[in-house]
Design a protein around this ligand. Sequence first.
Ligand SMILES: Cc1cc2nc3c(=O)[nH]c(=O)nc-3n(C[C@H](O)[C@H](O)[C@H](O)COP(=O)(O)O)c2cc1C
Length: 171
Amino acid sequence: MDVLQAIKARRSVRRFLRKEISKEILDTFVDAIIWAPSAGNLQSREFYFVFNQQIKERLVDAAWGQDFIAQAPLCIVGCADLRIKNHYGSRGSELYTIQDVSASIQNLLLEAQEQGLASVWVGAFEEAEVSEILNLPKYLRPIAIVPIGYAAESPLPPKRVKKEDAVIIVK
Ligand SMILES: Cc1cc2nc3c(=O)[nH]c(=O)nc-3n(C[C@H](O)[C@H](O)[C@H](O)COP(=O)(O)O)c2cc1C
């Protein structure tokens, strides 16, 4: 698929079929994640692939009842690795690592699209609860939960800002 076509066709989907994801497709997700750019190529990020139903249901509670999280066969939790601070100080831990994780997640959403699956980036959750549920080490901060599966809905594209409102040309 053409990249811009995939970017425009991707939608946040919040209803999923009960259909498993093959090992081959899961491998493409791992590639999409690790080949994203990162600050200093330090790759200050880790991803938890959650298949366990009980854990997904606990993630629903941590995300204030967003129940589609437990409907998806897979939930990927993207975490910032705060040890980047040793290299880049607070700019590293407060900014670069968030960007590292986000670059991987965007790659992941597009790869899911390419593979005929759907996803949604979930940012509204209680961080401390997610850390406890996944027993995260202190140096990992959960940034996003991404439920992925086969779509059971086809949402219309939400509006975007006008091009001239998004981009300022500096000549
Ligand atoms: C940082 C971030 C946090 C988000 N958090 C949530 C969330 O907690 N729950 C949810 O349903 N969607 C969430 N979304 C998805 C947005 O609502 C969605 O991307 C937006 O409405 C545009 O729709 P589209 O993705 O279909 O283009 C989040 C997206 C981003 C980038």
